[in-house]
Design a protein around this ligand. Sequence first.
Ligand code: NAP
Length: 310
Amino acid sequence: MPSIPSDPSPTAGRPAPGGSTALLGVLGDPVRHSLSPAMHNAALAGLGLDWVYLALPVTAANLAAVVPALEALNCRGLSVTIPHKQAVAALVAELSPLAQRLGAVNTLVPRPEGGWLGTNTDVEGFVAPLQGGDWQGQRAVMLGCGGSALAVLAGLEQLGFGSIAVAGRTAAALTTFQANCRGWLPNLQPLAWDNPDGEGLQQALSHADLVVNCTPVGMTSNSDPTAVNGSPLSAAALDRLRPGCGVYDLIYTPRPTALLREAAARGCRTWDGLEMLVQQGAAALRLWSGRDTVPVAAMRQAALERLQGS
Ligand code: NAP
C-alpha cells in the first residue's frame, strides 16, 4: 500500500497565505488522502496565484450549509468527490449540459452573477490519455456501472466507439444505469456479471478493443471501504483479451494494478487512472483561473510524489 503523508503542505514552494489569499478546495468524505491539494497547490504556485487549495471534509448532513457558505467566503472554485457528486447538483444555481446528462457534478465554479455553476470534468480527464488513438467504430467493454461509469461512457461515446458493453454484478444497478443513458446512448449492451467468467462477458472481452475497469476491485486503500484486492477479471477472462487490446483501469493505487500487470503480460496496452485524475483537475483549474494553459506537468509530478510518499 502506498504510504501517503497525512500533512500536505498547501504552501510548499511559495509564500504563506496572507490576508488576501483566496480559497479553493475539495469537498468529500473522506478527503484526508486526496491527491488534489498537492496537485492544485503545485499548479497555483506555477501560475503565481495567491490562492490556496485545501481538503475540506464535509458530511452529507452539512453539505447544504457548506456550499453557500463557501460562496459567501468568495471561494474561487471547488472540486466535489465521493459521496457528494450527485447531491451537490441540487445546491447549484446552474448545471452545465454535461453535468445534467451525467447527473453528477465534480467541479463548482463561482458565477459572476452569483451562485455556483456545477459541471463535470471527469469525462475530459478520462479521454485525455486516449486522445490521438483511432477509436472510431471500435468495441469497448466497461466493468462496473457505478458513479464513474457514466463519465466513462460519455467519454467512450465522444471518442467514437462503435459498440459499448457494460458488465454489472447487480441486475438492478445495471438496469438503472441503462435507463440513465438511454436518451443519449440507446445501443448500450448490458452484460450480466453473475460471476467474472459469465459467457456474455467472456465473448465481449474476446472482441474488445478497449476494456475499462470502473470498479474498485484491485485498489489498495486505507480510506475507501469498497476497495478489494486482486483483479476484476479472472485468468480465464484475461486470456480472452487479444494482444494489442487496450486496458484502462480508473484505479491508480497500486501502480500497476493487478489487472494492468496481467493485461500487459498478455500483450495489451495499458493506462491507469492517474492521468485521468490529473487531467480532470487541470480542466477544473482552467475553469477557475480563466487560463487556457495550466502547469499540468507540475500537477502530475506533485500527484506522483504524494503517491510515492516523498
Ligand atoms: P461506485 O459508484 O461505488 O461504483 C462501483 C461499481 O463497481 C459498481 O457498479 C459496483 O457494483 C461495482 N463493484 C464493486 N465491487 C465489485 C466487485 N467485487 N465485483 C464486481 N463489481 C464490483 O464507484 P465509482 O465512483 O464508480 O469508482 C470506481 C473506481 O474508480 C474507484 O476505485 C475509484 O477510486 C475510481 N475512480 C477513479 C477516478 C480517477 O480520476 N482516476 C475517478 C473516479 C473513480 P454494485 O452496484 O453491485 O455495488
